[in-house]
Design a protein around this ligand. Sequence first.
Ligand code: MHF
Ligand code: KIV
Ligand code: MG
Length: 291
Amino acid sequence: MTQLSAAQTPQRTPADGSRALYGGKINRRITVRDITAAKERGEKWPMLTAYDAMTASVFDESGIPVMLVGDSAGNCHLGYETTVPVTLDEMTMLSAAVVRGTSRALIVGDLPFGSYQEGPVQALRSATRLVKEAGVGAVKLEGGERSHRQIELLVESGIPVMAHIGLTPQSVNSMGYRVQGRGEEAAQQLLRDAKAVQDAGAFAVVLELVPAELAAEVTRTLHIPTVGIGAGPDTDAQVLVWTDMLGLTGGRVPKFVKQYADLRKVMGDAAKAYAEDVVGGTFPQDEHSVH
Ligand SMILES: Nc1nc(=O)c2c([nH]1)NC[C@@H]1CN(c3ccc(C(=O)N[C@@H](CCC(=O)O)C(=O)O)cc3)CN21
Ligand SMILES: CC(C)C(=O)C(=O)O
Ligand SMILES: [Mg+2]
């Protein structure tokens, strides 16, 4: 075998960023393999939630490479107090809409509370519905060590899994919404959870509401990408709930949210302007009428 010098070694990836998940030239549906390759390049990427086709199409056209049909739809889209009541039927319907509204983003469907806790077989049955009926490219479920058997069976069955550790909102009734991984013992548990989901075959892991330094350590330790939400700047990716980052949620939003627009005001002002026009008789005008 002839040895290749470093200069002759074929480049595995173009150096010009053309394969970048955001701003690159990928013009087909993004896959989990693209996500894995991004970690090898040390590339950061953005993820947003989406719950309907129209909103998802806006983010798809904006180049957002990964969308999560989060069970945060429970409180952000369906009017529940928490994510706990969300059903698999609801997640299937919302996920199908988001898949229909997109052509490029990888769509990850969140498995709702009660759809995988019974064990691996229940998890596979639930995940299969999201894959077959909604067309998602991957599913997400909460829990580290406690969910590793579920992750293993899904991955063995050909369903890519995004894990979710730290604050796991489906456990709000036992955990509350509190920062996770504070203190040496909790930090060690988070590291064990991170390694457990990686060993089980997850392609990525969400770290929710964990100290920035610990999230950085997990990100350095794992070979799969970390997706932070309230986990500081050093994770491989970031995720935000779309209604929070666009200022639509209303009421209190978590401290980790950065608000990029005030859609609540834009929509409220437009609704009032329309109402004034109707009440005052200035809408419709001739151009909006047929004769
Ligand atoms: N609108 C919305 N945004 C989210 O980010 C979100 C949801 N809903 N629903 C599902 C989960 C629940 N999440 C939550 C819910 C509450 C806090 C919260 O109250 N955080 C406190 C800090 C608590 C502490 O310091 O211990 C905060 O003020 O940020 C955080 C994340 C994240 N997810
Ligand atoms: C906050 C993200 C990670 C989530 O699980 C959701 O939106 O349901
Ligand atoms: Mg969720």
